[in-house]
Design a protein around this ligand. Structure first.
Ligand code: ADP
Length: 669
């Protein structure tokens, strides 16, 4: 039975053979001894067909490199790439460059000595083309080398896949290196196990942790639970078995040794391409800090809420009006005091988010908007405003403050309204006190000056008169001197009285007595009767007092005394009928008194000064200049008023209005 290699293939059978099978067949045939072939011609024919069919290049040359056989593929290649028709008998490498020829010659020499050479040769024409050459010696029947056969196969694709395999391997190594670096760079614990819980991958952090904590070294290949302390094995093996059944385990566990440490544990099954579970992955993360931060955050927000509550309690507890608005003048927050104020003033309950002036008149809106805008432009300021609320004077202080965002942009306004009415009242009293004090100081200055002059002048003249009268022997003259002395003493006395009146008025509280002018006035006139001018004066009075009238009788007496004494002293004896007319009319509320004379009168230039301390409007007066000042001060105490009408040479009228009590008088300061 012929062997397979001796089989004769039909054309069709040959075409069905794979390339590898063809090559194997050719190689077998080459080695077959000629005599073993029962049908040499057929063998030849078969070989010929095989060679012609092959995609690989097949060629045989003699020892002189002449072509003995060349197949179609080879010939076509040479024709296409070198433009040369390579035929039997031609120099097989004649078309190549000299250096290539010598390369081939070198190879041929080697093979012709019996060597079989396999070589991968890179195409000089196309650097991506790899050829695999197999050179074998050709023997004749005497085993003599008569030539060389060679096959060339294009292995570019093979090479390419080889290269890409190499690249992939390198890439894989890199990825592996990266992976190792990655898992070793984290503080989290990472490991993977196979189905027997044998460690496949474990990172340094995990290894170190186990080492430090349990003094055990775990490494790849170890069964992890064997290395854990007894008390932990149960839990871990339980969780791992669950994961092996396909469950994803995600758990937060508190450390048994340190209550501040929490572990976040993820155990996941690892699936094969076929979706079978082939192992487990462990990720263990220390979230102690996270939990701590979370706790701190919770505490912070609690504190914030408390603060907010405190703040709103504070805002609510004050009588001040507090509110804030956004940049569109809409209410953000307001305390009850503010809302109540708006309710009272505008009979409107202002809502959060409502336009602040939705209920106000255009006038009010017009007044406040520019003020709001100042604050919205970034200005912080205060202003005071007067209101009449329930018919009472109320002063409010408004403070405006811009509300700023983190970036400094003004997003709204907060404003406070404080009732400063009491402060204002105190301020007014203080101002009044201060003015009073200034006045008193000025008066004191003038007083000291005048007293020194007015007291010393009469004393000096008395002393002088005493000296003269000592030397005087005549009784008549002495009498004259005594009269002059008496005049000086009277002047002194009247001055001292004035001062006493003045000081009384300033110091003593206002009294309240029932005043009957019909009794009071004649008494005063009687006291003034010693004045010489009364001899020619016609003094008349008209009193109309239908009701009781209450005031300070002593003070009214001082006022009337001074005015009447002036009217008498500054009367004009050259008038046809010098007179003084007194008219008094009272109601319970007021006494209206007019003292009119046709005396010397007062020049216009003096009129507004006669009420000043020590002011004298005429040179020939014996007065101290205190009288009208005392009148004015006393009237002030009585909360009344005085007015004067006078014309020089014609006469004067003094008009008094004295309010009747009850009136709450201020305490003396
Ligand atoms: P005196 O002690 O000088 O009278 P008064 O303060 O009482 O001081 O009056 C101030 C001045 O006003 C007087 O000096 C006088 O010139 C003028 N005077 C006051 N009363 C009258 C009056 N009835 N007729 C004219 N002049 C008057």
């Amino acid at each position: 039975m012929p062997t397979q290699s001796h089989r004769i293939y039909t054309q069709n059978e040959l075409e069905d053979l794979s390339k590898a099978e063809l090559i194997a067949l050719v190689q077998k045939l080459q080695k077959l001894p000629a005599e073993a072939d029962p049908t040499p011609n057929k063998r030849e024919a078969t070989l010929q067909v095989l060679v012609e069919q092959a995609d690989d290049f097949v060629c045989a040359i003699d020892l002189q490199s002449r072509v003995l056989t060349i197949n179609h593929s080879y010939r076509t290649y040479v024709k296409n790439h070198y433009g040369v028709d390579l035929n039997i008998g031609d120099q097989a490498f004649g078309y190549l460059k000299p250096e290539q020829q010598s390369y081939w010659a070198h190879l041929i020499t080697k093979v012709s000595k019996g060597e079989t050479i396999k070589k991968e040769i890179l195409s000089t024409r196309n650097p991506q083309n790899y050829w695999q050459f197999t050179f074998s010696p050709l023997y004749d029947s005497d085993r003599q080398i008569i030539g060389i056969s060679y096959f060339a196969r294009d292995i570019s694709k093979l090479k390419l896949s080889e290269q890409s395999l190499q690249l992939q391997t390198q890439e894989l190594a890199k990825v592996q290196a990266n992976f190792t670096t990655l898992i070793n760079n984290t503080d989290d614990f990472i490991c993977s196990l196979d189905l027997d819980f044998r460690i496949l991958i474990i990172n340094n952090a995990y290894q170190n942790f186990i080492q430090n904590k349990y003094n055990v070294r775990i490494a790849i290949g170890d069964i992890i639970f064997d290395k854990l302390p007894q008390n932990l094995r149960g839990l871990w093996s339980h969780l791992s078995h669950k994961a092996l059944k396909g469950q994803k385990i995600n758990k937060i566990l508190q450390s048994t040794s340190d209550p501040n440490i929490f572990w976040e544990i993820s155990i996941n099954p690892i699936y094969s391409v076929d979706k079978d579970i082939i192992g487990l992955s462990f990720f263990i993360k220390n979230i102690g800090e996270l939990v701590k931060n979370e706790q701190a955050l919770r505490q912070l927000s609690q504190e914030l809420a408390e603060k907010e509550a405190n703040l709103s309690a504070l805002i609510e507890n004050t009588h001040d009006l507090i509110c804030s608005v956004d940049a569109q003048y809409r209410l953000i927050t307001a305390n009850s005091a503010y809302l109540n104020y708006i309710q009272r003033r505008y009979n409107h309950h202002l809502q959060k988010g409502e336009y602040m002036f939705s209920q106000s008149s255009a006038e009010i809106e017009h007044y406040w908007l520019p003020i709001y805008n100042r604050a919205l432009a970034g200005e912080a300021f205060k202003m005071e405003r007067h209101y009449l609320i329930d018919n009472q004077d109320v002063w409010l202080e408004h403070s405006f403050n811009p509300i700023r965002e983190k970036d400094g942009k003004v997003s709204g306004i907060s404003f406070f309204m404080k009732d400063i009415t009491l402060d204002k009242q105190k301020e007014a009293i203080m101002r009044e006190n201060y003015q009073q004090l200034q006045k008193i100081n000025a008066e004191l200055d003038r007083f000291v000056y005048s007293v020194s002059h007015d007291l010393r002048a009469p004393l000096a003249s008395i002393l002088g008169l005493i000296e003269i009268s000592r030397a005087e022997t005549q009784l008549e003259s002495r009498d004259n001197y005594l009269n002059l002395m008496q005049k000086s003493v009277k002047k002194l006395d009247s001055f001292i009285r004035d001062i006493i009146d003045f000081s009384r008025n300033a110091r003593l509280e206002v009294n309240r007595d029932k005043i009957v002018f019909a009794d009071l006035l004649p008494e005063i006139l009687a006291e003034l009767h010693y004045l010489p001018e009364t001899q020619y004066l016609q003094i008349t009075y008209h009193i109309h007092q239908p009701f009781d009238f209450q005031s300070d009788s002593k003070r009214i007496q001082v006022v009337l005394q001074n005015l009447l004494s002036n009217a008498i002293r500054y009367s004009d004896k050259f008038k046809d009928q010098p007179y003084i007319h007194i008219r008094i009319e009272t109601s319970p509320q007021e006494a209206y008194i007019v003292i009119e004379d046709n005396g010397q009168g007062i020049g216009q230039a003096h009129l507004d000064k006669i009420f000043e301390m020590f002011y004298r409007a005429s040179t020939h007066t014996s007065g101290s200049g205190l009288g009208l000042y005392i009148v004015k001060e006393t009237m002030h105490k009585l909360q009344g008023s005085i007015e004067v009408k006078s014309e020089l040479g014609k006469g004067s009228s003094f008009i008094l209005k004295i309010p009747g009590l009850p009136i709450i008088y201020n305490k003396e300061v």
